[in-house]
Ligand binder design. Structure first.
Ligand code: ATP
Ligand code: MG
Length: 355
């Protein structure tokens, strides 16, 4: 028998560990020791508190550091003052506090870039989709947001030298548009094992906005335990738009959306991974000239997302992508296309009157 906190564990013949509730902790000794060490090495965390944190799915020091203390206290039932002390100990143990710009520069050197499959789209994104950041794909129906997400779910599994992240993927599907056959088609087109590719994507089907919040909360435990290197939310705002109708509910909707977006942002920092979300457009009746559409979600969405990419249809079945907001990328645009192999470069150049 092995013990993790207060939980009794059973080792299986192949070295996996089964918890008393029947769930399997995938990898062997190393990870268990990590899990043990993580919380109980902190000042003020005894077995009882460690167990409360684990029940609330807060299993790593990173998760403690990035979650607001009030939320930790509500989730675990541990008193606010005790939580403050634990958070302080967690911050001290990881050395997080004031850091110099040089240290930040070093942290950003650990940033990974995920290839989209299209060279020009990668260039637009400064080399690919960044970890430690949230990238938002915006555009009208059928423009290819989901297709890019499918492609990224496959590319993320490739080794680093091939533009991947060498890991697994969480795909949160809020609209029921995840099509495994399409993943199969793209993976086969790229000469990858389609079954293995599908096996490495964990699908989370969110049925409403509160389910979406709940699933997002689980990610702080699920990601480190399952070698998750990319999180996708397609679409971020669909449920919020359909559930909170009318001006009187707008403030509440925006507050919930904001809290959810910040959870995702914390996830990118805690586990050095990219979060990619999709967003719809809404008509702006006040716009007389140019594109009458604007991204949904207002200022809340605009502030939370690190890089905002606007997609639209181009000539000859191609697509155009433009950076509309980013702290590090210029507002350029490129053309790409959607094929049976996923996302690829388009041969055609962008014309002056396009985009
Ligand atoms: P929505 O807002 O409705 O979710 P979306 O932006 O997610 O829209 P997608 O579903 O990603 O749109 O894009 C659908 C488009 O992708 C199709 O209209 C088609 O042009 C293209 N597409 C889908 N499958 C293939 C394929 N096998 N080969 C080529 N193009 C494809
Ligand atoms: Mg879609």
């Amino acid at each position: 028998m092995q013990y993790v906190g207060s939980q009794v564990l059973k080792p299986t013949h192949d070295g996996c560990i089964i918890k008393h509730d029947g769930s399997i902790i995938k990898s062997v000794k190393g990870e268990i020791e990590m899990e043990n060490a993580d919380l109980s090495t902190l000042d003020g965390v005894g077995p009882a508190i460690a167990s409360k944190f684990r029940s609330a799915e807060i299993t790593t020091i990173e998760a403690i550091i990035v979650t607001p203390p009030r939320e930790l206290s509500e989730k675990t039932g541990v008193g606010f003052n005790t939580v403050l002390k634990i958070v302080e100990a967690a911050r001290k143990s990881s050395g997080l506090g004031f850091i110099t710009a040089e240290e930040l520069w070093k942290k950003r050197q650990e940033m990974l870039k995920l290839s989209t499959g299209s060279k020009s789209l990668n260039e637009l994104l400064g080399g690919g989709i960044e970890s430690q950041a949230m990238t938002e794909l915006i555009g009208e129906f059928g423009v290819g947001k989901t297709q890019i997400c499918f492609m990224l779910s496959i590319m993320a599994q490739l080794p680093l030298e091939k533009g991947g992240l060498d890991g697994k993927v969480v795909y949160m599907d809020t609209e029921g548009t995840f099509i495994p056959e399409r993943i199969f088609e793209i993976a086969s087109g790229l000469e990858l094992d389609p079954h293995e590719t599908l096996e490495n994507i964990f699908l989370a089907r969110a049925y409403n906005s509160s389910h979406q919040c709940l699933l997002t909360g689980h990610l702080f435990k699920f990601c480190p335990e399952n070698d998750i290197k990319l999180v996708i939310v397609d679409s971020m705002i669909g449920h919020f738009r359909s559930e909170y109708i009318g001006r009187e509910h707008l403030a509440e909707r925006q507050q919930k959306l904001n809290s959810l977006l910040h959870k995702l942002l914390r996830l990118t920092e805690a586990f050095n991974l990219p979060v990619v979300i999709t967003n719809q457009v809404q008509a702006n009746p006040a716009q007389f000239f140019g594109d009458p559409n604007k991204p949904a979600g207002g200022h809340v969405m605009a502030h939370a997302c690190t890089h905002r990419i606007y997609l639209r249809k181009g000539g000859q079945g191609t697509r155009l992508a433009k950076v509309i907001d980013s702290p590090s990328l210029p507002n350029n645009k490129v053309r790409f296309k959607i094929t049976e192999k996923g996302i690829e470069d388009a041969k055609e150049q962008i014309k002056k009157n396009e985009g």
